[in-house]
Structures are given as C-alpha cells and as structure tokens.
Design a protein around this ligand. Structure first.
Ligand SMILES: Cc1cc2nc3c(=O)[nH]c(=O)nc-3n(C[C@H](O)[C@H](O)[C@H](O)COP(=O)(O)OP(=O)(O)OC[C@H]3O[C@@H](n4cnc5c(N)ncnc54)[C@H](O)[C@@H]3O)c2cc1C
Ligand code: SF4
Length: 565
C-alpha cells in the first residue's frame, strides 16, 4: 500500500451536493483541501456531452437502449421522472459492476461522476420549519434532534445567497421563507388552483416551487432558459450543481485538489489520539491502494455511501464501525413515501404558456401541524408537489382517428390541461429499517455489499390514504374532472430522499453524530450528508444538508484554529 506523503488540512469524501459545499467552505476559510470522489471526471460544460443534442440526432432517436439498460443499469434506469436517459447515462453508476443486496425491494439511485447527484437532482429547495426539528421529542418517534431551526436559519440564508433559489415568500411559520430570487411564473390553471384551494381551505397555501434554478443572473451564472433538460447538465450554470458553483469557488482559492476515480474504503483512526488520521483509497482504474492524511475529514459520500465507509472503518478501537457506540449505525433509515393524483381541468382552452419551466407548484404541509388533527389516523404529515400544464402532441396523436391534414392540424394544437399533485410524506424513523454490510458477498472493488432491509409501515400506509383523499378533494375543488390516484412512492428508495443511518443525537448510545455533525468519539471526523438526519420532515432535504455542511465547517475550522481538533 502506498503511503501518500502530501499533508492536507482537510479531506472531503464525495463531491456531490454536500461534498462540494464542504470543499468551498473549507478552502474559503484558508484550508488546503483534498476532495476524493469515486466517480469519473466530468467537467462543467465540456462534460455535458448531450446537452444540446436534438432528439433527431440522438442515438436511436432518443429511444431507450433496453438491452444495455437492463444489463448495466437495471436500478438506475427505473428512476422516476425520466431522470435517467440516453442523454445522461454516463452520469449514473453501473449496477452490474456495483451490486447491492435487497432483503426487501429497495432502489438505490446513485451517480458515478464528479459532482454526484448535484448534476441530476430536481433542485427543489425548501427550509425545514421549527416543528420538524421538535417532532421527534414531542411524539417520541425517533430521538430528539440536538439542534433547532434557529441553529440552522443563518446557514440556510448563507447557502441560499450563494446557490440562488427562486421562490415566493408566503409567511408561514411551518414553511419558513428564505432569501429568494424572483419566482417563476404559474400557469393559468395553477393560478386558478391556487385561488380555488386557498378560498376553500384557510390552512392551505399553493405556491410556486422554490427551486435552485436562477431567474436572474447570479454570482456570474446565467439565468435559466426554461428548457427543462437540466439533468443533462447546464452550461449556463443556471442551476446549482457542484460543477457550476461550489467546486469552481473552491478552485478559485488555489487550495483545492480533486482526485476522481478514488473509492474511499475506510477512515483510519489513531489509537493514541483517537482522531481520524488517514483515508484509505482504492484507485478505480488501477486497483492500487493509497492512504491520504489530513487534520480533519468531512465524510459527504451520500447517505448510504457514508454509512458504508463508517461501517468499513472498523478497528480494535471501533469494532462495530465508527461512531457505533450503541447500535445506531445503519439504522433508522427514512425517506419520503406518497401517492399521486392526476386530473383534467376543463375551461382554460384559451390559455397557454411559453417554455418549459423547470419547477412545479408546492402545497406545504397542512396536516397535524402544531398537534394531532381530530380526523387524522396517522402521525406527522406530507406536502404536495404538482403542476398544471397542457398535454403535448403525443397523446393527441395517439387518441386521434384523423389522418393527413386533419391529423397535422389537430396535433399542432396544444392538448388538454392536466393537473397533478404528488405527496411527499414523512416516514417515521424505526430501528428495524436498516442497512448492513455483507462481508461474505463482495461487490464493486471487492468491498462488501450493502444489504438493505427497509419497508414502509402502517403509519405510512394510512398517511398515503389520507394524502390521496386530500389531493382528490383539492383537485375537485379546483374544477377537475376524472381524478385518478396513482401509487407513486411505495418502494423505499424511489423518492431519492434517503436519510438516516448515522443520525444526529445527544446520546452516543442512540446516535452516531452530535449536534455539530461530529462523529461521537472521533472529534475531527464530520458527516454532513443525509445520513445525519434524525427524521425526514416533508420537504426535499438537500438544502438542509447544505446548511448543515456549512455550519459544521464553520465549527470545525474554529475548533482547528483554537487547537482543539
Ligand atoms: C432525479 C433526482 C431528483 C432529485 N431531486 C431533488 C430535489 O428536487 N430536491 C432535493 O432536495 N433533493 C433532490 N434529490 C436528492 C439529492 O440529489 C440528494 O439529496 C443530494 O444529492 C445528496 O447530496 P450528497 O452530497 O449527500 O450526495 P451526492 O450528491 O449523491 O454525492 C455523493 C458523492 O459521493 C461519492 N461517493 C460515494 N461513495 C464514495 C466513496 N466510498 N468514496 C469516494 N466517493 C464516494 C459519490 O460518487 C457522489 O459523487 C434528487 C435526486 C435525484 C437522483
Ligand atoms: S432549464 Fe434552465 S437550468 Fe435547466 S438546463 Fe435549461 S437553462 Fe439550465
């Protein structure tokens, strides 16, 4: 094994949404930083190889290569909302070469490139409310969060100011406003939905999606062109990604070194100092192993990636994995579950809109807020993401009996207005929802496979029934016809909002991290991705991971400078 002589101040493991933020904050505070990323190099602009490919120039005219996808991407190619396609297949991990076990059906969606899923995410960016941090302590599901909204509020602002989030302030305590760029525009039917729903229910609000797509030039990045092909990459830098935003900022300091194709196997801990002393890496191209050293380590390898590294870092001092003083590591996995409702909205045929807006509308949580609703047979709640748009020519073409000029005329006209609401519900943290390492079954790079044993429970089932009912009522109130309920988020992993596994907490026997994202017992090791989450809330989580990362870096650097790390 090669011992690498270079000393860094900090090592960041992973270059996705959280790793990029750790790299930016650490370098901007003057630290010499090494980023280790298991995936391949993708360069901003140059690496977005199909960004401008028209459908008629696409391989097989943009149709999926079913044989290739079934062989190499059986999990990734089933991701929701068309996030995987011929245009961005090169971003995703090869499932055949990187298998995992499913004690129960489970989707593990992951990329394999510099920038991680910051390249492919949906960019919905919401703050948690104070209630979300208090819920565990109040109803006893999950352990008490060691932080509250007030601890994170300035860091949300810090992150929003840098990444650029477009959105509308609404003044709801449970759905805090942020630092927003101008909101994107609602369609005519969305405006009608808003007016009709808000008139009927005074506890409900319909707002435009808060999204990390720029509506104005921001920090040297160009505004969004409303093309909605963001998951190919965006040369304008019009959406936030590590490649467009945080890594260039880190690079600008002259203090950043990035090593791609570097699979972190384990973090070494010095038995005398009890601190992280080195990071063991396998070169993905040569299989060679090397160890890198630094004074602090930020583990940002994604929820399951980080849990895997912590588990693989066993030693005499930490026989059950780093931070696993009780048996919390790999447990309390959580995600969002839900149901979708679709409907036709008649009466708006004279209205249309321009471009393809890369966000939808949002209905913040209104169930069980500030106590249990009398008619709710479930704990916690859900929010809805949705939208209303005109159907395109493909459905009209499929449904028409015309041919020739009549058909051309018909498919040239915009189709029916379709509205949809998709619930994102909070899953309760349960010890039995866990991931373990199977030492007997090697996967990629000969490392043990992760084995997932996760299922939704009775509370999630009841909540989804309620969400379906409420979605139907809201669509009907807005004048919808033919409402259809479709189960959409019934399989763990599908929502790609995976959280937990190394949760924060006060008690080292019940949690892996303290209130500063510091691993219990390893003071110079910080984990700031979704694995840190002690509950799931109802909103998309990545903005919270970024705020946690920036806050943890601020603390780590202050401690380092004070000689305490
Ligand atoms: C299609 C899609 C839509 C989404 N939409 C939204 C949304 O609208 N809003 C929202 O909040 N979230 C959304 N998400 C989720 C969001 O992408 C994740 O929450 C976020 O990327 C997590 O950040 P991260 O840094 O923890 O992980 P990632 O961004 O996945 O980055 C982790 C990085 O670590 C690397 N890595 C893993 N293991 C190792 C190792 N052993 N050694 C070295 N490197 C390693 C990975 O290759 C990866 O680059 C979406 C995700 C997808 C896929
Ligand atoms: S829709 Fe906007 S952010 Fe998305 S790829 Fe196009 S310009 Fe970039």
């Amino acid at each position: 094994m090669k011992k690498n002589a270079i000393q860094f101040d900090a090592i960041v493991i992973g270059s996705g949404i959280t790793g990029g933020w750790a790299a930016k904050e650490l370098t901007e505070k003057g630290l010499k930083v090494l980023v280790l990323e298991r995936g391949k190099l993708v360069e901003h602009q140059k690496g977005y190889i199909h960004e401008f490919t028209s459908p008629w120039d696409a391989p097989d005219h943009g149709l999926p290569d079913r044989e290739l996808d079934e062989r190499d991407y059986p999990v990734q190619s089933r991701i929701e909302r068309g996030a995987f396609s011929w245009a961005n297949r090169h971003y995703w991990i090869n499932d055949r070469e990187n298998p995992y076990e499913q004690a129960k059906p489970f989707r593990w969606h992951r990329t394999d490139v510099l920038g991680g899923r910051s390249l492919t995410w949906g960019r919905q960016s919401y703050r948690w409310g104070d209630d979300d941090f208090k819920a565990n302590a109040r109803d006893g599901h999950g352990n008490d969060w060691p932080i509250r909204y007030a601890d994170l509020a300035p860091w949300y602002t810090h992150v929003e100011k840098f990444i650029g989030v477009s959105g509308q302030a609404e003044g709801l305590a449970s759905f805090p406003d942020g630092h927003f760029l101008p909101p994107m525009e609602m369609t005519a039917v969305e405006r009608a939905l808003k007016a009709r729903i808000e008139a009927k229910w005074n506890d409900r609000k319909v707002t435009i999606g808060r999204v990390a797509n720029l509506t104005t030039e921001h920090n040297g990045r160009g505004p969004c062109q409303n093309r909605s092909i963001c998951n190919r990459g965006c040369s304008f830098g019009a959406y936030f990604s590590s490649l467009s935003s945080t890594l260039p900022a880190a690079e600008k300091t002259g203090l950043l070194t990035v090593r791609t194709d570097s699979v972190v196997e384990a973090i070494e801990v010095d038995p005398k100092t009890k601190k992280a002393s080195g990071v063991r890496v396998i070169d993905a191209r040569t299989g060679q192993r090397a160890t890198y050293h630094a004074r602090i380590v930020f583990l940002c390898a994604s929820t399951y990636g980080s849990v895997q590294v912590l588990m693989q870092s066993r030693s005499a001092l930490h026989p059950n994995g780093l931070g696993n003083q009780g048996d919390a590591l790999g447990r309390y996995l959580i995600d969002h579950h839900g149901i979708g409702a679709f409907a036709e909205i008649p009466g708006f045929d004279e209205h249309n809109y321009k471009g393809r807006r890369p966000t939808g509308i949002y209905v913040p949580r209104f169930r069980n807020l500030g106590g249990q609703d009398a008619d709710a047979d479930f704990t916690r709640g859900y929010g809805f993401q949705g939208g209303a748009m005109r159907d395109d020519w493909t459905n009209t073409a499929a449904m028409t009996d015309d041919f020739g000029a009549a058909m051309k005329h018909n498919i040239a006209r915009p189709g029916k207005w379709i509205a949809f609401l998709g619930a994102f519900g909070e899953q309760l943290p349960q010890a039995h929802n866990r991931v373990t390492l199977n030492e007997k079954n090697p996967g990629g790079f000969g490392l043990p496979q992760l084995s997932f044993d996760v299922a939704y429970g009775e509370n999630e089932r009841r909540m989804a029934v309620d969400a379906g009912k409420q979605a139907e009522q809201m669509l009907l109130a807005a004048g919808a016809q033919r409402v259809q309920l479709i189960p959409v988020r019934t399989l763990p992993g599908v929502s790609i909002h995976e959280m937990g596994g190394a949760r924060m907490g006060h008690d080292p026997a019940q949690s892996v991290l303290n209130g500063r994202n510091q691993v219990h017992g390893v003071p110079n090791l910080f984990v700031t991705d979704g694995s840190a989450m002690a509950s799931a809330g109802t909103v998309n989580p990545s903005l919270t991971y970024m705020a946690l990362t920036a806050r943890a870096v601020d603390f780590a650097v202050a401690e380092l400078k004070a000689g305490r790390l």
